[in-house]
Design a protein around this ligand. Structure first.
Ligand code: SF4
Ligand code: SF4
Length: 292
């Protein structure tokens, strides 16, 4: 049975497409954006997050961890991340809620009962289910199975993608996807590489392809000062040439995710500078000027 690594399932989501939705976050991303505020979804492997200030030193984790990743030393809890195999046993017993496992393996049959719970809300609000990440299309076979099942249950489907995926992956999910939520981070290739570690050639080609196929597309542009802020006019001009863009959202960067990087033992790459309101207003005006 095919399974996927899932980071989180967010019910009553209102920013991941139209209406009230449930969003499934997949683990693993094909890009590595410097401003990523979901570091738990970047890597493909299961990860344990440990928030030191929540730990009450109860020692329950020490009793269940077969890898010896948790120890109590001089009355204090110490976590040896390098020994963790991601089994999740310690999360279940942690009294301080200091531990959280990201990347549980789930089958479509395990996800569907959760996704069906809010079906009435989807129907009454014009919502549905969104597959997100990470990059959900890095697990395209699983997404296809899940989307098929959702359509069998007459549920509206959205796929949130960064676009840095194979054409094959897009073709697999296309018949069962009502709308693509598509990130555009930069038009200039050099800027894109600086921001994400990868070229944007495939991303822009895939976007043109989805548009040619006549699928609805909602564009998302993260706005990050000193990184992609110089790109906005070019992006707007490019988007104005597409036919099936139903909405463009400009997402002002925020730097709240620093503590998540620390809890996961990852290097924090978040830029310092956040955009001010007037700049965002100007960007929105620009989008309207080019007809978006
Ligand atoms: S997830 Fe498993 S291996 Fe990792 S620290 Fe917890 S109990 Fe140990
Ligand atoms: S179980 Fe949780 S609260 Fe208790 S020592 Fe381990 S990490 Fe800390």
């Amino acid at each position: 049975m095919i399974k996927a690594r899932i980071v989180d399932i967010k019910r009553m989501a209102i920013h991941d497409g139209d209406g009230i939705r449930t969003t499934v976050f997949f683990k693993g991303c094909s890009l590595k954006c410097v401003w990523c505020h979901n570091p738990e979804s970047i890597g493909f492997k299961t990860q344990l997050s440990y928030i030191k200030k929540k730990c009450i030193g109860c020692g329950e984790c020490v009793k269940v961890c077969e890898s010896g990743a948790h120890i109590i030393e001089n009355g204090n809890h110490v976590f040896h991340r390098e020994k963790c195999t991601g089994c999740g046993k310690c999360e279940e017993v942690c009294l301080g809620e200091a531990l959280k496992l990201y990347g549980k393996e789930m089958a479509v049959s395990e996800l569907m009962p959760i996704l069906l719970e809010d079906k009435d809300f989807y129907e009454n609000s014009g919502g549905g289910v969104t597959l997100s990440g990470g990059e959900c299309l890095m697990q395209a076979d699983f997404c296809t199975e899940l989307l098929k099942e959702l359509k069998n249950n007459q549920i509206h489907t959205a796929v949130d993608t960064c676009g840095f995926v194979s054409r094959e992956a897009i073709d697999k999910v296309m018949p069962y996807t009502d709308i693509f939520l598509y990130d555009v981070k930069a038009f200039d290739e050099t800027v894109h590489i600086k921001c994400t570690g990868q070229s944007n050639k495939i991303i822009l080609e895939n976007l043109r392809y989805i548009d040619r196929c006549g699928k609805k597309i909602e564009i998302r542009i993260p706005y990050v000062p000193d990184y992609n802020s110089v790109e906005i006019e070019e992006i707007a001009r490019f988007l104005s040439g597409l036919k099936n863009v139903t909405k463009v959202k400009v997402l002002p960067y925020h730097n709240y995710a620093g503590s998540k990087y620390e809890a996961l033992g990852m290097e924090n790459t978040l830029p310092e500078k956040i955009p001010d309101k007037e700049v965002i207003d100007k960007v929105e005006k620009l989008m309207r000027v080019v007809g978006l």
